[in-house]
Unconditional design. Structure first.
Length: 703
């Protein structure tokens, strides 16, 4: 016989074809099993009854037990308004109804007592409640409620109009449970339930819908969240295992003279974190397996040095390395810095970008093909077809989220004899651990969690438009001291004309306030040709311009140590992670630096909170965690293109980090003993992973 969970939901008493089609279109519920996996997002405690006098309109739900003392029906047709006054021993309040007024007026007879449940609000200075739910009062002794806590399910206007109200939903769930619970099969092996102290699935499903009490609810929620995150991690870690066994990598046992020469000549000691990360990379490169490592490090944490030393490890083993940046400006800057580090090593290094001329290009292509160029720095021009490497052993990708999957696979094909190069992806966008584990669950992650000594904190200030004159004076003072200033405008949508108008208007204003010949203002944005961009950037970098007005093109990596002020216009339009990136443009020199966030006139409470947080902390990971909590993972910068690999039904990456870590460790533990999940006791797991949702589109494959 068919599993009852697969029964079409329309056959559930109280549903039928019309409601079934609503459930399908509004909630993606087709079967009884789907219905049982639609979980409440909130619970109401029906056992607690408030006194009217104690109620405040704080936005939370209340329940009162009141006697109807007066009714008044006003208005006509569909503009009717029913006002009902109820009272308890402490006071009275008004209930208001706009729909089904006749029916409700008949039910709420004067002198009768009901339970009313709803959200109080204030109208004309008086407390009232609009369209509360109405229930018969609890009878003495035996409560006529299925449980103390009642689940509230996601709902839509269409559902409510179609008769599927909250109460109906509870009834359907109850029927579904009675009908199908014996057919719910346990998804986790016995031993996991035992070791992890989790309740059985049947218990969890029953209690997530109809908790017998708070403890039962907590147990049910924990079990379902744990399972969801565990299966996700299990599928990710399993993929990683399969890949790491399948992918052979170039074995690089040597350190090499070039590495040592560079290391000895360093003008500073590496931080502990830099040393640790280089060790991790070296051990990957020696292992015989292809390295696939994500290196996270806050802005200014010294990732470039790690890239250089890793590249030299490859060179020390007779291979070549490439370092790719997302923009030409950055590639050029990397080239200048890195050439300096390489001077004592004698390793040949070149720059290849889109604007490299044909004449310049020829010897570079030749040098890459014959192996005389050891390290090449560039943009994605590097992975285009005409570029042939003699022996590419390592690819470093700076600011990973700007590289598409397709570009990565082209890079992959540049290895010799079909052996892929080792890959190191560097990002300054701090990805919270929980998210990294999920998005990059099959990559290894290294973190530089220590800043080079001597970095001064950046003072962050939040101001309104009205404070602009004060800001301009402050900028003039800084410029008088010989410092430089960045001014950044949001450019959220590359093509949006509005944004360019803002930028241009801003530029006009700055040029007027900071006139020639005393002040020089440069401007950089995405619609300029790369020559014009370079001209302006260079002028600012070389100190010939005092102010650089720009869009976020300066976001990543640009290094002008003499710039001490960054002004961010319409700061509320940026995400925290992006603001943090921008702030990292200053504070690179020895002078005290400032980040001024200018907010627009209308700022939501939430934006205000985010901006205040920016002022309060400089820790990129804390900000990223906070961003995740406030905006949800879908909005998190750098993940927009990829999104989450699967929809989570009950767990939350922002709130269930602890459970996620535990589930991750446990998944690793199980797979280390049984990598293919072929043990009999793990059969249920293998079965679960075969389901569509765990066949994850692999966004994070960089190779
Ligand atoms: P990011 O991680 O943002 O790419 P960079 O590699 O550009 O950071 O380094 C930022 C600055 O810190 C550079 O000027 C670099 O020379 C300097 N730096 C890097 N490592 C150290 C260190 N161990 N001690 C002192 N300064 C360092
Ligand atoms: Mg960098």
């Amino acid at each position: 016989m068919k599993n009852k969970l697969e029964t079409d939901v329309q056959f559930l008493p109280g549903v039928g074809p019309r409601r079934a089609s609503l459930l399908r279109s509004e909630l993606e519920v087709s079967t009884i099993g789907d219905l049982l996996h639609l979980f409440p997002f909130r619970y109401i405690d029906r056992s607690s009854i408030q006194k009217i006098a104690d109620i405040r309109s704080t936005g939370s739900y209340v329940q009162i037990l009141g006697e109807v003392t007066a009714l008044e029906l006003t208005g006509q047709g569909n503009r009717q308004r029913l006002s009902v006054i109820v009272r308890d021993s402490s006071g009275e309040m008004e209930l208001v109804f706009f729909k089904a007024t006749k029916y409700i007026a008949e039910r709420l007879r004067k002198g009768s007592v009901f339970l009313f449940f709803g959200k109080p609000s204030t109208f004309n200075g008086k407390l009232n409640m609009v369209h509360p739910e109405i229930d018969a009062p609890p009878s003495e002794g035996a409560a006529n409620y299925p449980g103390v806590l009642t689940g509230v399910y996601p709902s839509t206007e269409k559902l409510r109009n179609g008769g599927i109200t909250g109460k109906v939903m509870n009834r359907l769930m109850s029927a579904a449970i009675e009908y199908a619970i014996p057919d719910i099969a346990e998804t986790l092996p016995e031993y996991i339930l035992r070791e992890k102290g989790l309740p059985p699935l049947r218990y969890a499903i029953r209690n997530i819908h109809f908790p017998s009490d708070q403890t039962a609810l907590a147990k049910a929620q924990y079990r379902l969240k744990w399972e969801e995150l565990f299966l996700l991690q299990l599928s990710l870690v399993k993929q990683k295992y399969i890949r790491s066994r399948a992918s052979t990598g170039i074995v690089m046992p040597n350190v090499g003279e070039a590495f040592n020469a560079c290391y000895k000549a360093l003008p500073y000691d590496l931080t502990g974190a830099q040393k640790r990360v280089i060790k991790e990379i070296r051990s990957d490169m020696m292992s015989g397996r292809q390295m696939n490592r994500l290196l996270q490090g806050d802005v200014g944490s010294g990732k470039t040095m790690v890239a250089v030393l890793s590249a030299l490890l490859a060179v020390g083993n007779g291979a070549q390395a490439c370092i790719m940046a997302p923009t030409e400006v950055l590639a050029r800057q990397h080239y200048l810095n890195i050439s300096r580090y390489l001077a004592p090593t004698g390793v040949a290094c070149s720059l290849l970008i889109g604007s490299t001329t044909k004449a310049e290009r020829k010897p570079i292509l030749k040098g890459l093909e014959d192996g005389s160029i050891g390290i090449i720095i560039g943009t994605h021009a590097l992975i285009e077809d005409p570029v042939i490497f003699r022996n590419l052993g390592l690819a470093v990708i700076d600011e990973q989220h700007r590289f598409g999957v397709e570009q990565r696979s082209r890079l992959w094909a540049k290895g010799r004899d079909g052996i892929p190069p080792h890959v190191l992806v560097m990002t300054a966008t701090p990805i919270p651990r929980t998210l990294a584990m999920t998005l990059y669950g099959d990559l290894d992650v290294s973190v530089i969690d220590e800043m080079p000594p001597g970095r001064k904190p950046v003072k962050t200030i939040l101001i309104g438009e009205g404070k602009k004159p004060v800001l301009y004076n402050f900028m003039k003072n800084q410029i008088a001291k010989g410092r430089q200033v960045f001014i950044v405008y949001p450019l959220i949508f590359e093509s949006e004309k509005m944004d360019y108008r803002n930028l241009e208007a801003g530029y006009e204003e700055i040029v007027t306030r900071f006139p020639l010949p005393q002040y020089k203002v440069a401007i950089v944005h995405g619609q300029q040709t790369s020559e014009v961009k370079k001209l302006n950037m260079d002028a600012f970098a070389a100190g010939r311009a005092d102010i650089l007005v720009s869009t976020t093109v300066i976001e990543v990596g640009v290094d002008v140590p003499n710039a001490t002020v960054i002004v961010i216009e319409s700061a509320e339009r940026f995400g925290l992670a992006q603001l943090h990136q921008l702030r990292g443009r200053v504070g690179r020199g020895s002078d005290e630096s400032f980040c001024v966030l200018v907010h627009g006139n209308k700022v939501s409470k939430e934006s205000q909170k985010r901006l205040e947080l920016m002022c309060a902390t400089e820790n990129g990971f804390d900000l990223a965690e906070e961003d995740l909590k406030m905006r949800g993972p879908g909005d998190l910068e750098g993940t927009q293109q990829s999104g989450l690999p699967i929809d989570l039904k009950i767990a939350s990456l922002s709130h269930d980090g602890q459970i996620l870590s535990d589930a991750r460790l446990y998944a690793e533990h199980i797979l280390s003993a049984d990598p293919t999940l072929s043990a009999t006791e793990n059969a249920p797991l293998l079965n679960e992973l075969r389901k569509d949702k765990y066949i994850i589109r692999d966004f994070s494959v960089i190779s």
